[in-house]
Ligand binder design. Sequence first.
Ligand code: HEC
Length: 176
Amino acid sequence: MTRAEWIQRITAGEGGLPAYSDVLNPSQIEALVDYMLAVRDGALPQPDDLYALSVDSPKGFVLARGGDPASGHKFYEAQCAECHGDDATKIIFDNGEQTLGMHARYYGYAIAMITLVGEPGSDMGPQLAPDLSVAEQTTTLLNLLAALCDRTRYPRGNATDPEVPDGDPRCGAYLR
Ligand code: HEC
């Protein structure tokens, strides 16, 4: 489907898709469609390169293999530690429920998206260098996700949610 068709479909709704014009203005709908099409057409990292869907896994995903935790730790130190702290416990999300490490182990897909585009309404902007190729962006995100699966290095701190258990499928072999 073309950009114009998607804008029309999301604006007016169709089938099970609600009419987003009730809650988003036209330029917001255009931005949403441009993001979707950039992912679809490979101008941004694609979900299939970062995780697989799995009905057997909590939250329905399992991280893709091939990430390099050591490179991910270096990227974390360079790009995230200043605000989130060396062990990612400095900011605790959702009224004290989860540190960044836990959040990645629970919802890795969301960390990939927020690293790419930033966290709206906070001081955190997009975190990848703008001159990276799509392949480099994908590798950087997968390395980061692999690194954040280390429960010792990025612990629970004072968060209130439980830590993911040994053998949790989301992080797969990355879980430490
Ligand atoms: C300039 C400071 C800064 C930098 C650098 C930064 N963050 Fe953030 N980040 C924040 C702030 C502030 C928030 C909002 C916290 C809140 O919602 O309570 C945030 C929120 C987030 C969230 C959203 C959690 C949620 O509530 O869903 C994620 C995920 C995240 N950061 C990951 C990262 C990662 C990964 C990096 C490095 C690649 C990074 N951040 C770099 C400041 C920063």
